[in-house]
Design a protein around this ligand. Sequence first.
Ligand SMILES: [Zn+2]
Length: 359
Amino acid sequence: MSKTSSRRAAFDILGEQVAPGTRAMLQMDIGKLYTNTPLSIGVEVIHGKHDGPVLLVTAAIHGDELNGIEVCRRLAKLPALDRLHGTLVLVPIVNAFGFIQQIRYLPDRRDLNRCFPGSEKGSLGSRIAYLIRKELLEKCTHVVDLHTGAIHRSNLPQIRANLEDDANVAMAQAFGAPVVMHSNVLDGSFREAADKLGKPFILYEAGQALRFDEPSINGGVKGVLGVMDHLGMLKSRRRSKKSIEPIVASSSQWVRAAHDGMMVAKTELGERVKKDDLLALIVDPYGEMELEVRTPVNGIVIGRNNIPVVNEGEALFHVAKFDTVREAAKTVEQFHEHMEDLNDPDLRHTDPWGERYDS
Ligand SMILES: [Zn+2]
């Protein structure tokens, strides 16, 4: 007996019609290199058979932030997507210009994440931002944007979002990164454009630019899956028992270099620190100076500088404060244990070595 309920409509994106229960690898033209080579952004669309939200997952809006690209690649391989409720739109390399050059910015040194909402006739960044907003952002209902720390800086996996919005809070909780931070929306950011359109948006920061970091990548894969579970997009999936209750930071503070010199770090990312604990020494190459860098607050180190040569004023350690530091420290520890457990059903399917060893 045939069902009377109507079939889900095709997904209309980038001039294509993606039929329900199918996936398509599309290209969004963003211009040409000055070699006259056309340049496009790859957009993978997985349009489920069943109705549901449209989740947009973007990475490398800063062209040298690579972890998110690998998160998208592993997500696309998940068998659970065959029974998807809703639509998943993966854009692994938003800033293709920066990615090619292994830099954060666009060729004109603009930050694409400050070019929104963009315009059709503006600068290169403004034109790309305009296309992303019209062709991708306006077609989706929720956004997860994947980032890493800047060059020579690593971030402990963390979610940043406007926590005054309940939908963002729920997504941040569901993502399951150990730390969640409120952050105000920056002028010209992708997040601001989403905010203005009323689309819930969370930003994942993990690892550092130009490096792959397995715990950060695994955290990203598990995080997006958690958000999809929360949005009802993966109803029949066997859920991982290993989920993290993220701890919300009350505030955070950068500890800066009081002197130029070379930094000898004493503290690792994710470490719990007590007020006045020694974080590093700043020394000169000739052994005449040894200056202690101490934390002015209790908290967890959620970001750090990795290059030993530092100038006065340079940000060295990012310390997040919590109402319950002990809880936060436990959560960070738990997160790292989970991310190394490749028997976790969330990670087993996406482990790049898994298939090889299983066969
Ligand atoms: Zn970034």
